[in-house]
Design a protein around this ligand. Structure first.
Ligand SMILES: Nc1ncnc2c1ncn2[C@@H]1O[C@H](COP(=O)(O)OP(=O)(O)OP(=O)(O)O)[C@@H](O)[C@H]1O
Length: 802
């Protein structure tokens, strides 16, 4: 029976079909699964046709409707049909005639190139640096031939580049400049939808086609003999990296990264990734390890004529559909792309057979860290020893709920049973309760400190006392007065305390803790200290592997529990997080907590969620603040450009005179989004405080706009699925929406100074608290997939990049 696969690069075209044509396409695709090969080829309605003689014999066109044609690859070997494009009838054959599909035997993938565009170029060797006019005839569909994947310079193999420094291959800017008009690409986010639709048909080819640039940085002052981009990579190396002779000859004439990018839509996708990585200055070895090896099939080489295997192996771009419902889901965009398509770097990390110890995945917002964590859980669950268990943990209930939902989509029920998904606090509570069943978690610790300080007329401001408890005593795991008197105990605190003062502070903190113990309600910090102690005495530990998501917000005491809950060894801890998004004031040193990451730290750099325009603007919120390493706040994250898969409108900013005017403008913005056919549930309005959240919801409702208050502690995100969600900035963490409105980005609200330690009390803590609030705004803005609207009244927040 024939099998149908869908090349995800054609999905954006589906959005352009009207309803009857979509239904017709679904009916046709079902036939591919239901009929025998002979019946299919002879079917009168489908009118399956080969291309004229001399063109790719594997390409067939078929009729969807009077005006739309499907293009598919119908390999001679096997029975897997690959739907490669949907086009207006009168242009389908011309487009299909330009394309060629080949198996890349080194990477085992199926690639498409625009053979006409590549073949028509003038002899560029004669005039290096001038892209051929043929580039203008590059793929009409507007989809990029190149995945937006990025070679992640990894700290994992520091020695690797010792003999080949990045940039050595070329005298280029280290990051290749983006093409002036990046073609929306689905090669790495295949089943998603671009915020910018690609050109619908070949008639639009003029605009969708690459625009070769000759004014890139490398061309500003053209030398008499421009240096060639890939001059220092030998033919043998190119071959080992999967570059075929045609592309090798092509790349021998390219002079700048910009020129290379302008050719992306015409180049075979995976080979373009290799060339892009080389152009970014990475060594051949690293490109092999990070681009080629992750793509290579486990089964070994794929023969050039084994299209069937190659189609199934091209998991980044091709979806093999198994039933009719799945066809519908895929075409209708209901399909969760992340379940199947991982960027090769994501896949490499999630499915690496073994890490010799704790491993860390970091990267900016929307780079798929959670996706990698979920796939890692899948891999670990599939390879559990008898009686083994995996813990998947995160910071808040809302995050844990969402992890649970997604895990259930990814894992079969029998594997889900081997995984506990709980907050880190719940984990500690369960451990402690086994020994002390009457213990509960206290959530009013700071208030408790305040009462104690008032009652006992302590000379210390309560903020100071609480901060000493949280950021010194429990963060550093100090258990004795002697420990607190140690000269290094308070390193980094800017308010000095002499020995007598330390004794007084210690006494006060110890008294508060004793009272909390007596009440049998422990604050999270103490609960974790107790859990870590209990676990430290056990010979049998509950988990084989621990996977942590949103790791940036965990307190050191929580890390001690996680360190103690799993035996040290291979694959013990897999940690995903991003310090840009740290919205709680926890600074953590993994090394001091016994979590040794060195050599197993991996950055992700392709953003799948947010448009380039939104991310670029939001990054301005963090300007001037160094992005620190997850688990090592004293080090800054290595630089490297982040790439966005999506493109769309610039964020919209609005400053009102007063709050009522700001509310009116918000209502109009939401109404306009709804008018743009963005569903209410795809819109979220977020504000700094509960008060604002409630008045926004009331205001929207008063204007007949559907608004639901979303409280992550009380609601699951599916509870409020029919209205525009209105929530706080903390509430939006871990979520994403097509459109986000950030309301009240006003100077008095951001930063909210009553939540910031005063600089007189502790300068470093003051800065850390400000940074946490800056990150809060950043997190809120980067939840937007396509549209971002930010408003304020009066003086705008100093965090805004205005
Ligand atoms: N390989 C992929 N293909 C398609 N979509 C992907 C891929 N990886 C991630 N995504 C999508 O990108 C979005 C962001 O992914 P995810 O939440 O894992 O990122 P993150 O790095 O954890 O984000 P954040 O740190 O901002 O919470 C999600 O919609 C996810 O489905």
């Amino acid at each position: 029976m024939p099998q149908l696969a869908i090349d995800a690069t054609c999905l954006p075209q589906y959005d352009k079909l009207d309803k009857p044509t979509r239904e017709r396409l679904l009916a046709v695709t079902r036939k591919f699964r239901e009929l025998s090969l002979d019946a299919l080829l002879a079917h009168p309605d489908l009118r399956i046709r080969s291309l004229p003689a001399g063109q790719d014999p594997r390409i067939r066109t078929f009729r969807i409707s009077d005006s739309w044609t499907g293009v598919m690859l119908a390999p001679e070997s096997g029975e897997t049909f690959l739907l490669v494009h949907l086009l207006p009838r009168d242009s389908a054959e011309a487009w299909a005639g330009d394309q060629r599909h080949d198996v890349n035997p080194v990477m085992g993938t199926l690639e498409r190139r625009d053979a006409t565009a590549l073949g028509q170029g003038p002899d560029r060797a004669a005039e290096p640096g001038t892209p051929p006019a043929a580039a203008a005839a590059a793929p009409a569909s507007g989809e990029s031939g190149g995945a937006p994947g990025h070679l992640a310079p990894s700290a994992a193999e520091p020695a690797e580049d010792a003999d080949e420094t990045p940039g050595q291959l070329l005298d280029l800017p280290t990051a290749a400049p983006a093409p002036r008009e990046p073609a929306p690409s689905f090669a790495a986010a295949p089943a998603g939808r671009s915020a910018t639709a690609p050109a619908a048909d070949p008639a639009a080819a003029g605009t969708a086609a690459p625009h070769p640039q000759t004014d890139g940085p490398g061309d500003a002052h053209p030398a008499p003999t421009p240096e060639l981009l890939f001059d220092r990579v030998g033919d043998r190396d190119l071959e080992r990296l999967g570059i075929d002779p045609e592309i090798r000859d092509f790349c021998r004439t390219v002079t700048t990264a910009r020129e290379l990018h302008s050719w992306a839509p015409a180049l075979p996708q995976d080979q373009f990734e290799v060339l892009r990585a080389l152009a970014e200055g990475h060594s051949v070895q690293r490109v092999r390890d990070e681009v080629v090896v992750p793509r290579r099939p486990a089964v070994g080489a794929v023969a050039r004529d084994d299209y069937d295997t190659a189609i199934r192996h091209t998991r980044e771009r091709v979806i093999v559909v198994n039933d009719n419902q799945e066809i519908e889901d895929v075409l209708a965009g209901e399909f969760n792309a992340w379940r199947i398509y991982l960027h090769p770097m994501q896949r490499e990390l999630a499915y690496r057979p073994r890490f010799n110890g704790p491993a860390k995945v970091s990267g900016g917002p929307g780079t798929g860290k959670t996706v990698v964590a979920l796939h890692r859980v899948k891999y670990l669950a599939e390879h559990l020893p008898l009686d083994g268990r995996v813990l998947l943990t995160s910071f808040t209930n809302a995050l844990v709920e969402s992890l649970k939902r997604n895990l259930a989509l990814l894992l079969p029920p029998e594997l889900v049973e081997d995984v506990d998904v709980v907050t880190t606090d719940k984990l500690a509570l369960d451990v402690v309760k086994e020994v002390h069943p009457d213990i509960a978690l206290r959530t009013d610790t700071q208030g408790f400190f305040a009462n104690y300080a008032r009652q006992h007329r302590l000379p210390w401001p309560v903020d100071f006392l609480f901060s000493e408890y949280r950021h010194v005593v429990t963060a550093r795991g100090i258990t004795t007065l002697e420990g607190y008197l140690d000269p290094d105990a308070r390193a980094g605190r800017t308010t000095p305390l002499n020995a007598d003062q330390r004794r007084e502070v210690w006494h006060a903190i110890s008294s508060v803790r004793a009272m909390m113990r007596t009440s049998r309600r422990l604050p999270a910090e103490d609960l974790h200290a107790e859990a870590a102690r209990i676990l430290g005495e056990r010979s049998e530990l509950p988990y084989t592997n621990v996977v942590v998501d949103e790791a940036q917000d965990l307190h050191p005491a929580q890390w001690r529990t996680l360190r103690a809950v799993v035996r040290r060894g291979p694959d013990d801890l897999f940690i995903a997080g991003d310090n840009r998004q740290r919205i709680y004031d926890n600074a953590v040193s993994f090394r001091q907590l016994g979590i040794e990451i060195v050599g197993r730290s991996f950055p992700l750099r392709v953003n799948y969620r947010t448009t380039e325009q939104i991310l670029r603007w939001a990054d301005g919120i963090l300007r001037g603040r160094p992005v620190t390493e997850l688990g090592d706040s004293s080090a800054t994250e290595p630089g490297g450009a982040m790439r966005c898969v999506l493109s769309g409108p610039e964020p919209e900013l609005y400053g009102a005179h007063d709050e009522p005017a700001e509310l009116d403008a918000l209502a109009e913005r939401v109404r306009a989004w709804l008018g743009d056919r963005i569903a209410p549930a795809d819109i979220c309005v977020t504000a700094r405080t509960n008060r604002l959240r409630d008045s926004i919801a009331a205001h929207l409702r008063a204007r007949s706009l559907p608004a639901s208050i979303f409280k992550p502690k009380e609601h699951s995100i599916t509870d409020t699925a029919h209205g525009v969600r209105v929530t706080t900035m903390h509430g939006v963490k871990g979520l994403e929406f097509r459109a986000i409105a950030v309301f009240g980005a006003t100077a008095e609200a951001l930063p909210q100074l009553d939540r910031v330690t005063s600089a007189e009390l502790d300068e470093n803590q003051h800065q850390a608290d400000l940074d946490a609030q800056r990150s809060l705004l950043y997190v809120a803005c980067t939840r937007a997939r396509e549209r971002l609207y930010v408003s304020w009244h009066g003086t705008p927040s100093p965090f805004l990049p205005l």
